[in-house]
Design a protein around this ligand. Structure first.
Ligand SMILES: NC(=O)c1ccc[n+]([C@@H]2O[C@H](COP(=O)([O-])OP(=O)(O)OC[C@H]3O[C@@H](n4cnc5c(N)ncnc54)[C@H](O)[C@@H]3O)[C@@H](O)[C@H]2O)c1
Ligand SMILES: NC(=O)c1ccc[n+]([C@@H]2O[C@H](COP(=O)([O-])OP(=O)(O)OC[C@H]3O[C@@H](n4cnc5c(N)ncnc54)[C@H](O)[C@@H]3O)[C@@H](O)[C@H]2O)c1
Lengths: 204, 204
């Protein structure tokens, strides 16, 4: 099966290949894909050979073919339903993000505890009360959640998500979390990204 | 020197070690660090040995010592100044994020083009007009930028950042961008993270 670093580059390749197809480019070399993906060409060839796909010398890869291959490897099938927990600045930005629907992710609900926010809608999606989380998950069929609550509320909402049957969470709250059994949590952290950027900026 | 996957895990180790120190844990085993970092214990040992640090059998690592080692490897020195381009939902969430200041990143300005937003302040930081970007960068000494503008404005603002001398950008706009020479751009994409989560959820 695929090593995690390769797997984690596949969404970038899908995005790049979809972009090439939109611009009418039907074939692409590994260096063309590499340039748009921000990855070294040799790494692209290595990753794609792990999927069992090879370009034709002098021509490159067939864009539509390769995109289908990469989607299959990522198991991108039908749409996934997403719930955004915390409808503040970050939660609203995520719920409105056009890149989600474009890749088969539909935000079906947001939850919050603030009476000024509950009952309103964000881009047509209703904000429900956090207390109704289990019922919202059951009625919408959400399988993925994005966690955008203040640090103090993170553990409680994570446990409530596990109890409601959501097993995959993308968290923006980087403090210490005890991850419930059987749940997968990925963390996005702007500070960590900036630390990596500043490392490369300081390298000669 | 450090392979990128190792380097990109270092900010997580710094966060975990700081967290252990805050909780009064002065030593930690590689599996303790691994558990909090969401990384396999063998990977932690391998990464740390690349920095030339080894734990003591049966005791583990000295937390304060290791944190200093990892910070040095990441070249985390003085504070870095950050400008947030686009003061909408996402830009405001980033500007208010407590995790930045805690790790030596100070948001010194936001820019926008919307007259309803320009001149207001977010968490005490003034929103300037995008037209003043060069002057704002010069007067604040910002070296890093976070890009949180609509897709149509991304290329123009990226070019303006390069012209103003900012060489490191964290972009939330995943469309095709032509990266100016000498600039490093990292992309955060919630959709890509959700694709990876849904892959692991579908793996037996
Ligand atoms: N990791 C990152 O890079 C990053 C970047 C920006 C913000 N953040 C973090 O994301 C979180 C959200 O940031 P924000 O700017 O949107 O904050 P915000 O205050 O605007 O929004 C938080 C929302 O969560 C709601 N909330 C509180 N308790 C809740 C609960 N138990 N259940 C559901 N909703 C609850 C609040 O009512 C509020 O609407 C914060 O923890 C912040 O530190 C992380
Ligand atoms: N990558 C991801 O995971 C992710 C997640 C959420 C949002 N997004 C993207 O982030 C961007 C911001 O999202 P949002 O919800 O905050 O949108 P928003 O509309 O609330 O904010 C965008 C802001 O940018 C400002 N702006 C427009 N042109 C500008 C320019 N030339 N210079 C400076 N500012 C300018 C607007 O006036 C507005 O205030 C969008 O492109 C969105 O698609 C990405």
């Amino acid at each position: 099966s695929l090593p995690p670093p390769t797997l984690e580059r596949l969404p970038v390749y899908v995005r790049v290949l979809d972009d090439l197809a939109r611009h009418g480019e039907t074939t692409a070399s590994s260096s063309r894909v590499a340039e748009l993906a921000g990855v070294a060409p040799a790494q692209v060839r290595k990753d794609l050979s792990r999927l069992g796909t090879y370009g034709t010398r002098g021509v490159g890869y067939d864009v539509a073919d390769l995109a289908a291959h990469v989607r299959r490897a990522l198991r991108l099938s039908d749409a996934h339903r997403v719930i955004v927990v915390g409808a503040g600045h970050l939660g609203q930005a995520v719920a409105r993000y056009g890149g989600l629907r474009a890749r088969g992710f539909e935000v079906v609900a947001l939850t919050d505890v603030d009476p000024a926010v509950v009952g309103r809608s964000v881009d047509g999606v209703l904000v429900r009360h956090e207390d109704d989380l289990a019922e919202v998950v059951a009625s919408t069929g959400a399988t993925l959640a994005v966690l955008a609550v203040p640090p103090g509320a993170a553990q409680g909402t994570l446990d409530a998500l596990a109890a409601a049957g959501v097993v995959s969470v993308l968290s923006f709250v980087p403090g210490r979390l005890t991850v419930p059994d059987g749940m997968a949590v990925r963390v996005v952290d702007v500070a960590a990204e900036l630390q990596i950027l500043s490392f490369y900026a300081s390298s000669p």
